[in-house]
Design a protein around this ligand. Structure first.
Ligand code: SF4
Length: 338
């Protein structure tokens, strides 16, 4: 038995409902259990979009649009085991904030989940950490390692997470940690998060999709969501038609069908055209697949960054009327889709 287990762990409200710890009306159920290490204080970093960052004045139990109340860890472990046995969840995901002792707690939690659930896939998402810590996380039972870049370029990273945000993070060290994680966990077992709408150009987004694909790093795409009490509370969400186009390009790049060289941009970095057969695009759009949540296998993050009335990432296969809506949104950028 592993000792020194943290007393509390944060659980997303959707997950808590699936686990039977709480009761909320769920329009869509999460297929991954979303947890977060518990810390009764603010993160030591200062990402400008985050409710839990050092200088933010927002509610601490928020992660993007989702609420993460704290529950006793023992109770959560038992509920997780039941949900895993009944195939209600297919992965456990640990999100973290940065605080002294976080990695020790994370490893203990991962070990316990492994102990209780057996061979469940476990994703751990942290800031850039040294190789030794990556190895220990893997040994504890983590199957997928995610190091969120959040920003699509160094320029945006510095502004929202790095030097200009008064934060400790650096683009170079995040990339170094991704490279180390690839050596420890292997290709396609390492991921990152990208938040679209933080001030990047479409060119910067497509460029990083290509780089990640070549490195065998998958990516959870998020639409920026303004949170009250953060420095970016007045920044708007990205235009839906731009997000749709980038989802489509992301899918094409990650299925090896398109390269950044096949995409034409204007002088402001907007996509104006891309070289792919029209019939293929049409068939792909009809499947709805590019517009579903991306990230670790079986991660669907219902309403993590969207309201039920404006969906950016669909947490399941799209219905007919949703495909029609997506086509209409895309037609604003791809005229022949009209
Ligand atoms: S992609 Fe999903 S499962 Fe993977 S770390 Fe991100 S939120 Fe967790």
């Amino acid at each position: 038995m592993v000792k020194d287990i943290p007393k509390l762990v944060r659980v997303s409200l959707g997950t808590a409902t699936v686990l039977g710890l709480d009761l909320a009306i769920l329009k869509e159920k999460p297929t991954t259990a979303y947890l977060q290490t518990y810390w009764d204080g603010r993160c030591t970093a200062n990402c400008r979009f985050c409710a839990q960052s050092r200088d933010a004045d927002a509610e601490m139990f928020r992660v993007a649009r989702a609420f993460y109340p704290a529950y006793p860890t023992q109770k959560v472990l038992k509920a997780l085991k039941k949900a895993w046995t009944k195939k209600k969840i297919r992965r456990v995901c640990f999100q973290t904030v940065n605080y002294p002792g976080m990695l020790k707690e994370l490893k203990t939690l991962v070990r316990h989940v492994k102990l209780f659930l057996g061979d469940v896939p476990i994703s751990t998402s942290t800031h850039a950490i040294p190789r030794k810590e990556l190895e220990e996380l893997k040994k504890a039972g983590a199957t997928n390692m995610v190091i969120p870049l959040d920003a699509c370029s160094e320029r945006v990273f510095d502004e929202v997470k790095g030097v200009k945000a008064g934060g400790p993070y650096r683009w170079v060290s995040h990339w170094k940690a991704l490279e180390e994680a690839l050596k420890v966990f292997g290709g396609w077992k390492v991921g990152t998060h990208l938040i679209l709408g933080l001030g990047e150009t479409e060119f910067e987004a497509v460029q990083i999709f290509q780089k990640l694909y070549e490195k065998k790093v998958y990516c959870g795409l998020f639409a920026f969501t303004p949170i009250k009490g953060t420095p970016l509370q007045n920044l708007k969400k990205p235009p839906i038609e731009s997000y749709r186009l980038l989802q489509l390009i992301y899918h094409l790049i990650f299925s090896g069908e398109l390269k950044v060289e096949d995409v034409r941009f204007n002088s402001e970095g907007y996509i104006v055209d891309f070289n792919c057969e029209k019939g293929k695009i049409l068939r792909l759009v009809e499947t709805g697949i590019p517009f579903q949540t991306t990230g670790c296998p079986n991660c669907n993050r219902p309403f993590a960054t969207e309201s039920p009335t404006e969906i950016y990432n669909y947490p399941r296969a799209l219905k007919r009327d949703e495909v029609k809506l997506v086509k209409k949104q895309l037609a604003k950028r791809i005229s022949w889709l009209k």
